[in-house]
Design a protein around this ligand. Structure first.
Ligand SMILES: Nc1ncnc2c1ncn2[C@@H]1O[C@H](COP(=O)(O)OP(=O)(O)OP(=O)(O)O)[C@@H](O)[C@H]1O
Length: 260
């Protein structure tokens, strides 16, 4: 497959939580190989719900309808680990980590989980786990070598996000879904995350990225395209410049963010 080809297609996606609340309504989007798409919009717009539905993470929480295709194959009925094997990798707004485990053990866990799905994997996480060359590259890229054997409970929020990103990248996803990778960070840390993303893209030119992000500096630096969500719907889709100039977007979203 070459650049420009569609790697992810979402058609008419609805997410209705068990409470009856509809968080996503009729969202369709297409992601091309090597494309970096930002998803922006006010709090509660449905951005995380969209990404969670793409990954299959809402199976017990919500009814999800519509079609989802990864490289043309429908995955709407596939479990999350099957979608992961087909190339989806995600990180969370608040890093999903096990506080008592070391950074190295997180990588071991990620490797086992992608081989088998969940199950009895925890028993297999051993401290003598050795990094493959590809995993070592990711660790060095994210600057995590010095904390490899530390329990993640000893790390700050910024590093936790990097640990989660490392575990996700080690699965070599084709489509990386980043849920607010700079949430809670200062401008310097956010800049570091942008540099990391740029380096990942340089190393893995075929990677496609969906990035949920409130920080417009990050959006402008990382994304080639942006969609804007409001009350579960996509209200704009274009280059970051296009959406910033859109009057409806300015009124509904950007107007509330100083400096945007
Ligand atoms: N498990 C749930 N049950 C019921 N409603 C939910 C659930 N999870 C999220 N919601 C609601 O769905 C709506 C969309 O939430 P979502 O987290 O997808 O928005 P978001 O755009 O990612 O917001 P933010 O920028 O604050 O992260 C919100 O009104 C939220 O309260």
């Amino acid at each position: 497959m070459t650049a420009g080809e569609e790697v992810l297609a979402v058609s008419d996606l609805d997410v209705r939580y068990r409470s009856g609340f509809q968080a996503v309504s009729g969202v369709s989007l297409s992601l091309a190989r090597n494309e970096r798409l930002a998803v922006i919009g006010p709090n509660g717009a449905g951005k995380t719900s969209l990404v969670s539905a793409i990954c299959g993470d809402l199976r017990r929480k919500a009814s999800v309808t519509g079609d989802l295709r990864i490289e043309g194959r429908s995955v709407a009925r596939r479990r999350p680990h099957v979608r992961a094997r087909m190339g989806l990798g995600r990180t969370y707004q608040v890093a999903q980590v096990f506080p008592g485990m070391t950074v190295l053990e997180h990588l071991a866990l990620a490797r086992i989980a992608r081989r088998r799905g969940v199950g009895r994997w925890l028993r297999e996480v051993k401290s003598e786990f050795e990094l493959t060359d590809a995993e070592a590259k990711v660790i060095d890229l994210l600057g995590l070598r010095k904390v490899l054997t530390q329990r993640v409970s000893q790390l700050g929020q910024g590093d936790l996000k990097l640990v989660e990103l490392a575990a996700t990248l080690c699965a070599e996803p084709q489509i990386l879904l980043l849920d607010e990778p700079t949430a809670g960070m200062g401008s310097r840390e956010a800049e570091n995350v942008c540099e990391v993303i740029e380096t990942i893209v340089a190393l893995r030119p075929s990677l496609s990225i969906i990035l949920i992000e409130h920080n417009m500096d990050v959006v402008f630096r990382v994304a080639q395209r942006a969609i804007v969500m409001h009350q579960g719907r996509v209200i704009a889709d274009g280059t970051p410049d296009d959406v910033r100039a859109d009057s409806e977007v300015r009124a509904l979203y950007l107007g509330y963010h100083a400096g945007a």
